[in-house]
Write a protein that binds this ligand. Structure first.
Ligand code: WQD
Length: 338
């Protein structure tokens, strides 16, 4: 079985991707520093797939720890790199931590891939590289705008590092530009588990419905959108996880047409904050306590993907609806509070 290194594999998107990898017959080693996840996730993955992934407690921004990891697992054939800090607001408050953590972890991984002649890497990129697009939907040729946050800037810089790396080494890259991943696995054994007060919309909604939060603040309804609230391309985390397996197989089967390829991993549908709330109330049967407040700094008004290139070239398409996403998020939250 081909062994895949999944950095950040105990996290929200990483854990769902490990499930899909193991269901597809890959052997997985997770490297994670558990700064935004917990080791319980490893056992939950084992319960879902009847196979426990290998786990290494590693801070990939630590050069010697990363070197030891690759020496110990010298049979790795590819890398999926999730390990990074990803809270937009937090990155504004702690820019140096974000640049050090997100850039050094990628640099350490790439240096060791070169040493061990490992070529394929799937990189966790983000639609934040587009900033506020002037034309919607956004496709892979849309211009990259100046990042709105240090987090978004680390994603842009990482894409540039990867591009330069493919020109000077035998490393090949697929960068998946995520839109807004939400929801949870159908077993409700894994899902989004933000530590502390959630930054993101979906966990804040489910925690409000669960009585953990008093009410949801909707950040602004004076945008130039049909109902005044921001629009995003929400995508089910399992659909997103499956895109990583498709991208990995494309590289392992030498089907890439460029040494670095970029794909928008979205549904192509834009939904407003109020649309998400309406869907959640419908699927959960809960009435959500929310209040319209002022805008949040750094928010863009609206973005959704043109997923045509991923659909046709990658051969991947999102299948789950917004209702599937909100229901699965609620089922996960209910399991958490049991
Ligand atoms: C969505 C909408 C908020 C919380 C995320 C990730 C980022 C990237 C893109 C992967 C916005 C509104 C939110 C709340 C609200 N993903 N909101 N009340 O900002 O689009 O970014 O997806 O790389 O890493 O963070 O997602 O869920 O924070 O916000 O009204 O309590 O919900 O204003 O319009 P965002 P989000």
């Amino acid at each position: 079985m081909s062994k895949i290194l999944v950095t950040g594999g105990a996290g929200f998107i990483g854990s769902h991707t490990v499930v899909e990898l193991q269901n597809s017959g890959f052997e997985v080693v997770i490297a994670d520093n558990l700064s935004n996840s917990n080791e319980q996730v490893i056992s939950q993955i084992a319960e879902i797939t009847s196979k426990k992934p290998l786990f290494e407690l590693v801070d990939l921004a630590n050069e010697s720890a990363c070197k030891n990891l690759f020496e110990k697992h010298s049979d790795i054939v590819a890398v999926i790199h999730f390990a990074a800090s990803k809270a937009v607001g937090e990155s504004v408050e702690k820019p140096l931590f974000y640049y050090q953590n997100n850039l050094c972890s990628l640099l350490n991984v790439l240096e060791n891939m070169v040493i061990h002649a490992i070529k394929p890497i799937v990189f966790s990129s983000s639609c934040t590289v587009y900033g506020q697009p002037k034309i919607l939907p956004v496709d892979e040729q849309s211009p990259l705008q100046p990042a709105e946050s240090p987090y978004g800037n680390t994603k842009q810089i990482c894409e540039e590092i990867l591009s330069d790396c493919t020109k000077a080494t035998s490393i090949h890259v697929i960068a998946l530009r995520y839109f807004n991943p939400i929801g949870a696995h159908e077993t409700a054994l894994i899902g989004e588990l933000p530590l502390g007060v959630p930054n993101n919309l979906m966990p804040f909604i489910t925690q409000t419905a669960a009585g953990i939060r008093e009410k949801l603040s909707v950040f602004g309804n004076d945008y130039n959108t049909p109902d005044g609230t921001c629009i995003r391309d929400y995508i089910h985390v399992v659909d997103l996880a499956k895109a990583h397996v498709v991208a990995l197989n494309r590289m392992l089967n030498h089907q890439q047409k460029q040494s670095i390829e970029y794909f928008n991993v979205g549904t192509g549908n834009g939904f407003s904050v109020l649309d998400v709330i309406k869907s959640f109330e419908k699927t959960s049967g809960q009435t959500l306590n929310y209040q319209i407040v002022g805008r949040r700094a750094g928010d863009i008004e609206q973005i959704w993907a043109n997923p045509k290139f991923a659909n046709e070239e990658l051969g991947w398409k999102a299948e789950k609806s917004l209702d599937d996403m909100t229901l699965s998020a609620w089922n996960w939250q209910k399991k958490l509070i049991q």
